[in-house]
Design a protein around this ligand. Structure first.
Ligand SMILES: [Zn+2]
Length: 75
């Protein structure tokens, strides 16, 4: 299972971007939050929403590694 990384700081839209650890566009190490290992991006998003419940945060899948992952899932 891939390990997922969430950015510690929100992007310009106020969203927290979630990546696979292998992504070329990871935030800097100081700006990474470990989101554990999951089968899919959806699993990582569910995990992050659960541990941050009530904080009103929005998580979004990285457009680089997330697109790659969803393509893999379709195949
Ligand atoms: Zn990424």
């Amino acid at each position: 299972m891939p390990r997922y990384i969430c950015s510690k700081n929100a992007n310009d839209q106020g969203h927290y971007v979630v990546h696979e650890l292998s992504c070329d566009f990871l935030p800097t190490v100081e700006n990474q939050v470990n989101a554990n290992t999951h089968d899919t991006f959806q699993g990582a998003l569910n995990f992050l929403e659960k541990v941050n419940e009530g904080r009103g945060l929005t998580f979004t899948v990285c457009e680089h590694c997330g697109l790659k992952a969803s393509t893999t899932t379709v195949l």
